[in-house]
Design a protein. Sequence first.
Lengths: 350, 130
Amino acid sequence: MVGIITYGVYIPRYRIKVEEIAKVWGANASDITGGLGVFEKSVPDLDEDTATIAVEAARNALLRRNIDPVKIGAVYVGSESHPYAVKPTACTVGEAIGSTPRMMAADFEFACKAGTAGIQTCMGLAKSNMIEYGFAIGSDVAQGAPSDALEYTAAAGGAAFLIGRQDPIARINHTCSFTTDTPDFWRREGQDYPRHGGRFTGDPGYFKHVEGASRLMLEELGKSAKDYDYAVFHQPNAKFPQKVAKTLGFSIDQIKPGLVVPRLGNTYSGSCMIGLAATLDIAKAGDRIFVCSFGSGAGSDAFDISVTDVIESADFNRASAPSVEFLLKNPVYIQYAQYAKHKGKIVMQE
Amino acid sequence: MSVARFWRKIPQRYNLIGTVCKTCGRHFFPPRSFCPDCRRSGEIVEYKFKGTGTVVTHTIIRTASDQFEDLTPYALAIIKLDEGPRITAQIVCTPEDVKIGMRVKGTFRRIAADGASGVIYYGTKYVPDE
Ligand SMILES: [Zn+2]
C-alpha cells in the first residue's frame, strides 16, 4: 500500500506582525487580524528562497528515517516562487540530498496546491513500481504586492513528503481532485506580484473546490467527517478552513492541530502540507486524517490517510527532526524596513 | 567565479564531500587526492562530512564586495569541523551572538548570484547548533 515514508518541514526564523504591516499602510490592524485570524507571518532570510527551503525540508525528512538517497527515484517541487523561470528547483534538491543522477525530476506549478499534486504523481509512480521512493515537496517564498490584502499573509516555508510502498508511517488510502478553469488568482510571466479577483476568490474559488473535492472523497469512500480523527484544509487565512470544515461537518478539535496559519501565514504550496506535518507530529497509530488542498486557477486535491504503527516503531524517529511547533517557537521579529529588504521590495541602483 | 568553476564544485558546496586517508584517518576538506603524512602508502577515499563543528575564531563583515553587500553586517568564522579540517564560512545569526567555541551545523543557503539574470550559486553556510 502506497503511503508516506517520512516527512520534514522547514520554516524560516523571521516573522513580521500583521500590525507592523498595517502601520505602514495606515490600515486598522485589529480589523485585519480579526478578519483573517492571522497575527504574524514568516519571512525568509536574505539568502533563503524556495530552493533552500525545499532542501532543508527534504533533509529534515531524511533525518527521521534511514533511507538510501540513491533509491529516491523522483523529486517534484511544487511552488509559485521557483527561483528561476527556467531551470528546475527539483535538480538542486536532488543534488543536495544525493539522489542525482538516476532520478526523475520536474517543477510543478498550481498556485497553492502544486505540492499535493506532487504527492499524487509520486503515488502513481510508486504504485506502478516505477520508483521505490519519490519526494513531493511544496515550498514557497510567497509574494504579496505592497499594501495588497495578500501582503498580510504571504509567508515562507515548505514541507517534504517521501512517498513509497514499503512500511509507510501513514497509508494514503485514496486521493481525488476537483478541477475547473477559474480565474480567481494569477500571475503573468515577468510580473513580480500576483493579482486576484478580490472578494470573488472565496465562493467560486476556495469553497467551491475544497467542498467539491472533499465531498467527492467522502462519497467515493462512503465516509463522513466523524470517521476521521483529524482534518487539514488549505489555509490562506484562519477563517476559510474553519468555515469549510464546519460546512463539511468537521469540528474545531479535528482541524486544530493542523491549523498553523495564525502564527505562520499562508505558505502557499507549503500551507496544507505543513498543516498535515503538524498533525503527523502528534498523531498516533490508527489515527485517520482527512486532507484537502486548494490551488487557485483552480483545483483541490483530497487525501484519506491512515497512520500506521510504523510511526511509533524503531524504524522512524520523529524527534530527530524539528517539529512544526518547534519551528514556530522563538521567532525573530523584524520591522517593515527589514522585511522590505528581505523580500527584495527595495529597488536598488544597478 | 565562472559558472563552470562553480558547477564542478557542487558536491563540495552542497554536501561537503571531501576525502579521508584510510591509512592514518586524516580528513581533508577541500578534498585532497594525496595524504601528506602517509605519502605513497596513503589510501584516499571520498568522505561526506557531517557538517557539524566548532567556531575557532570570527569577525563581523561590515563592508563587503558588491555580491555580498546586501548581507552586511554578517559573521564570518573559521570553523573546525568535527572530523578535523578548518574552513572559513558565514554564520547566519545576529553577528554579535557568535562566540568562540560555539557549536554550529551546516545549512543550505543562497551564496551569491550573478546579478538579476545570471546563475544563482547555492552552498553551505552555518547556523548555531542549539
Ligand atoms: Zn594518511
